[in-house]
Design a protein around this ligand. Structure first.
Ligand SMILES: [Zn+2]
Length: 432
């Protein structure tokens, strides 16, 4: 079994006590963290990795994304969500999201994600079995679910076919050490009551995560109030969809009662600040959500509406926005922002016992971040440096499930040049 000692690190394990261990070390056996110590651990036969000048921290958990949409980055910008989706994105997906193109686009997205420190993602799209296969090959942890929706998609024509695809993915990937299968319902405005109920039923039968877009725009709330007489979170609660195995993506427009419902049900929010800003959907009041006890996590959404998959940047938006909106510099402090981007994300997707922090018994999903750098030093407070100063290029190396996927910025599991050339070729076809 492979043994690794990472030493000389500033260890930021993101445990409950929020310890920081200068000169700390980690001992990893296979895929599991076996020891965390404030000084150098001595083990025979271990590979020693000197992390001088580096922070060693858990990888980022991106709790809401659509990986293949990286192919449509910059395809249509500066539009409101509903026009962007119906006039541009849905038609482009119908035309271009073939199984082959989904595979290339997924590899492409994973390159950016690894390079910016993501070690685990929660994806909702089509052809999720391909996304699962590519992530597994790249050594990246992921939760995958076919997006159930009431109209024909690139991967299924009827809802029955969509459910059959979801079930086959649930069966194929059950028990995998990297890929966790889940269920996704697109949203309350694209899924009927019956579809939503069936999605929840599936997630209960297979005891897995249910992901759904909720209250992303004010229009969505107004339309549902007009048709159902209820706001989205109240409506989903009434249908029995909300519990601690559900993640609502966005959750921008929530009233007091809805915030309390989410907290009471243990339902997590995947906050997507950049996508919400770019589509002018609004700004989620995450500071209030956290104070009321909602588990707030962080997602990039797809690269077509972000336009990056960079969790470092996303985390900075998540930390800065509440201060500006509330005119309160204490809203979402650096420690909270880093928790939102790591351990809260792991809990949101049901992997809180496995990843999201560096603790004995958890999988080794970690980053070596070079903070002895001109953009980040001096380090008076390591959380401040990570949240307010770090950029994605400071992420030097990444280990997922005990395997290095990047070392010194070199990708080890994906052929970067070949993938980028394939995307260039595709982009020339999409818009000659
Ligand atoms: Zn989304």
């Amino acid at each position: 079994m492979k043994k690794t000692v990472i030493y000389n690190a500033t260890l930021v394990p993101m445990n409950e006590q929020m310890d920081v261990l200068p000169g700390g070390s980690l001992y990893i056996e296979g895929n599991t963290i076996r020891e965390v110590a404030p000084s150098k651990i001595e083990r025979e036969d271990a590979e020693y990795v000197d992390a001088r000048g580096m922070v060693v921290m858990p990888g980022f958990i991106n709790t809401h994304t659509h990986l293949p949409m990286a192919l449509l980055r910059g395809y249509a910008d500066d539009l409101p969500l509903h026009r962007w989706l119906t006039d541009y994105i849905f038609p482009a997906e119908a035309r271009w999201m073939t199984p082959e193109n989904v595979a290339v686009s997924t590899r492409f997205a994973l390159i950016e994600m690894i390079k910016s420190g993501t070690t685990c993602f929660n994806d909702m799209y089509f052809f999720e079995e391909i996304i699962a296969r590519e992530a597994k090959r790249a050594g990246v942890r992921g939760v995958v679910g076919e997006s159930l929706i009431d109209f024909p998609t690139p991967s299924f024509r009827t809802l029955e076919e969509g459910i059959a695809r979801t079930e086959s993915i649930l069966q194929e990937w059950k028990g995998d050490r990297l890929i966790t299968p889940g269920v996704c319902a697109h949203s309350p405005y694209t899924c009927s009551r019956e579809t939503l109920r069936q999605a929840k039923q599936l997630s209960e039968t297979y005891n897995c995560l249910l992901q759904i877009h909720v209250s992303e725009t004010r229009k969505e709330v107004d339309d549902l109030l007009a048709s159902e007489g209820k706001r989205p979170v109240e409506y989903l609660y009434g249908l029995g969809l909300l519990d601690d195995r559900t993640v609502v993506a966005h959750g921008v427009w929530l009233n007091e009662r809805e915030i309390d419902l989410l907290a009471r049900c243990g339902t997590s929010v995947a906050h997507c600040p950049k996508s919400n800003l770019k589509l002018a959907s609004g700004i989620a009041d995450t500071d209030t959500y956290l104070r009321r006890g909602v588990n707030v996590s962080l997602g990039t959404d797809g690269a077509a509406s972000n336009n990056t998959l960079d969790m470092v940047e996303e985390m900075r938006f998540a930390a800065l926005l509440p201060k500006g909106v509330r005119q309160d510099p204490e809203a979402m402090n650096a420690r909270q922002a880093l928790r939102v981007a790591t351990i809260n994300g792991a809990r949101a997707v049901g992997l809180g016992d496995i990843t999201g922090s560096l603790e004995v018994g958890k999988r080794a999903d970690l980053l070596l971040v070079h903070l002895d750098a001109s953009n980040a030093m001096p380090i008076y407070d390591v959380y401040s440096a990570l949240v307010y100063a770090m950029n994605s290029k400071n992420v030097r190396s990444s280990m997922i499930d005990g395997q290095w996927v990047m070392r010194d910025r070199v990708m080890l599991t994906i052929d970067k040049e070949e993938t980028m050339e394939a995307v260039r070729r595709l982009a020339r076809e999409i818009r000659p």
